[in-house]
Design a protein around this ligand. Structure first.
Ligand code: R5P
Length: 308
């Protein structure tokens, strides 16, 4: 049965990366016209040209690239939306920037993720949906209902083509550190209960060198799928891939939720003999990356929110 929501309006900011358009189709909703301009001095201006009174409004804005300007645009949209008296507002932030600064590592630092989430709170205490935030606990700073989607269903669907026809024992999912272990576990389950493990970091007390060791699983002769939340410079994944090849992995594939690929990250990954790189479309992807669309997982979550 086709899902029909005539009462739902989807607004995409400049960083919606087409997820807004996909949601309009998947949810059978309507789009709204958002004017976005810059004044000569660089300040942003937005205007929503549709009536939102009594509607369920879904706003889509990723906070990468141009994190600061994307956040400001989202705040302007939220303020404008509230003034148009919608029945409810579901804010979809596929990539939530500043999430890695989730504590005061050193005295005098800010908790940056708190600043972002509390800023959103100024204009909405309704529902926030994000994809694979660095630490889900950070969502406590958002005072409405928040949901974190770890997009393993979408990533697994894409990866199935690569492992099609292989035996279960030929595939293993590896997290590059303990913090990413849960994601590896979820992906391994989606891939039909294949083995999973994480790399432990040790520092050589004499040389200071960081050494990675597999916790339990043997990767010899197997296809290792390295999975992380973010690939930024590619350093973490490149190092992990080298270690897996040293341990005898037949092939290493990398997959992440947010492929930022700054500097020469993709060259670094190619240099470490990673054969394929997957990222979702929470942020725009350069060529060479296999793009996984997360719109369906977001749409499913929105349907649940609206039903509840
Ligand atoms: C760190 O805790 C994150 O989960 C990623 O492993 C990290 O952000 C990746 O960064 P890079 O690609 O620069 O090594």
């Amino acid at each position: 049965m086709q899902y029909n929501n005539t009462n739902m309006i989807v607004i995409g900011g400049s960083n919606a990366n087409n997820i807004d358009k996909n949601l309009i189709k998947l949810l059978n909703a309507k789009g709204a016209n958002l004017v976005h301009k810059r004044f000569p001095d660089g300040e942003q201006y937005v205007r929503i040209e549709d009536s939102l009174a009594g509607k369920t409004v879904v706003i889509v804005q990723s906070l990468y690239p141009n994190q600061d300007s994307a956040l400001m645009e989202l705040l302007l949209i939220l303020e404008a939306v509230q003034a148009l008296k919608p029945a409810r507002v579901i804010t979809v932030v596929p990539y939530l920037a500043y999430a890695r600064q989730d504590k005061r590592f050193l005295t005098g630092e800010p908790i940056s993720v708190r600043v972002v989430l509390e800023a959103l709170n100024l204009y909405t205490k309704d529902t926030l949906i994000t994809i694979d935030i660095h630490k889900p606990e950070s969502l406590k700073y958002f005072k409405g209902t928040s949901m974190n989607i770890i997009p393993v269903k979408s990533i697994a669907n894409a990866l199935r083509r690569d492992i099609n026809g292989l035996e279960k024992r030929d595939v293993v999912v590896i997290a590059p550190d303990k913090g990413a272990f849960r994601r590896a576990e979820l992906l391994a389950k989606e891939l039909g209960d294949v083995d999973y493990d994480y790399l432990e970091k040790f520092r050589d007390r004499h040389t200071g060198e960081v050494i990675h060791k597999l916790k339990e699983v043997n990767v010899r002769g197997r296809i290792a799928i390295l999975v992380d939340d973010i690939i930024s410079t590619g350093g973490t994944i490149a190092k992990a891939a080298k270690m897996l090849y040293d341990e005898g992995a037949r092939e290493v594939i990398a997959a992440c939720s947010h492929g930022l690929f700054v500097d020469n990250a993709l060259n670094k990954l190619a240099g470490s003999k990673i054969t394929k790189v997957y990222s979702t479309n929470t942020v725009p992807q350069p060529s060479g990356v296999r793009v996984v669309d997360v719109s369906t997982e977001i749409a499913e979550r929105i349907k649940e929110v609206v039903k509840s």
